[in-house]
Design a protein around this ligand. Structure first.
Ligand code: OAD
Length: 227
């Protein structure tokens, strides 16, 4: 079975109603990254950061997988599929994908600020954390999200996965954020690379097959091309 590795970003979930970051109207026009997505921001104003992620968690729980997520899950019938996502929603899993690595954390999980191994899963009817919500050792809980300036613990596993790709597919990422964007460097030479995005994406590689479509139509087109 051919191994298809799929690197996804915010555009993958755009058609599910979740805002991207850098498009016009995106998240980073409404919020300052330093305030809501850095350890310093959390130290300065934890309430603001908890509110930000509580709102995003609710939106993610309310969203449904789109045809792109579902198409990728269906492809498991014919290929070994590994998904490496920068997204913190769980729409790939809810569409049925069984092999998903989250590079930037997971919205439905929270963890202890004192002991990162203490991780708890929230549910749609209990999806907020507040100041004063503590782990079993008595420390404040925080979102299980990789903030800017923090290490990306899953990157080595992701590199190993990309190294074994027969085909790499990139969907809905502006390739602005490292180390995720650097994963394209690790494919074996000659590996076909497809990139699905309705907008131009600047990449340092010139061997990319560009499918200029949104995620749902793009995944459909990809499946036609691979057939
Ligand atoms: P960006 O917002 O930077 O890029 C989103 C990409 O999705 C752009 O290239 C859009 O053109 C594309 N897009 C928009 N609509 C689409 C659609 N319907 N179908 C497919 N693609 C579409 O988001 P990311 O590259 O994911 O990290 O951003 C990377 C990281 O930066 C995020 O994980 C987040 C952010 O700050 C953290 O918060 C740590």
């Amino acid at each position: 079975m051919e191994h298809i590795v799929v690197l996804t970003g915010a555009g993958m979930s755009a058609e599910s109603g979740i805002a991207t970051f850098r498009d016009s109207g995106g998240m980073w026009e409404q919020y300052r990254v330093e305030e809501v997505a850095t350890p310093e921001g959390f130290a300065r104003n934890p309430q603001l950061v908890l509110d930000f992620y509580n709102a995003r968690r609710k939106a993610a729980f309310d969203a449904k997988p789109n045809k792109g997520h579902i198409g990728l899950a269906e492809m498991e019938k014919d290929y070994k599929i590994s998904i490496i996502t920068q997204n913190v929603d769980n729409l790939h899993e809810r569409a049925g994908s069984t092999n998903v690595v989250h590079l930037h954390g997971e919205l439905d999980k929270v963890r202890s600020t004192a002991d990162p191994s203490l991780i708890y899963t929230l549910t749609p009817d209990n999806c907020e954390i507040r100041l004063g919500d503590k782990c079993e050792k008595g420390s404040q809980l925080r979102p299980h999200i990789v903030w800017f300036g923090e290490a990306v613990p899953m990157i080595e596993e992701a590199v190993d996965i990309v190294r074994t790709a027969d085909i790499l597919v990139v969907i809905g990422t502006s390739l602005n954020v490292y180390p995720a964007a650097g994963l394209l460097n690790y494919v074996k030479s000659g590996t076909p690379i497809f990139l699905i995005d309705p907008n131009e994406v600047k990449s340092y590689r010139d061997d990319i097959h560009f499918i200029k479509k949104g995620a749902s139509e793009g995944v459909e087109e990809l499946r036609r091309l691979l057939n």
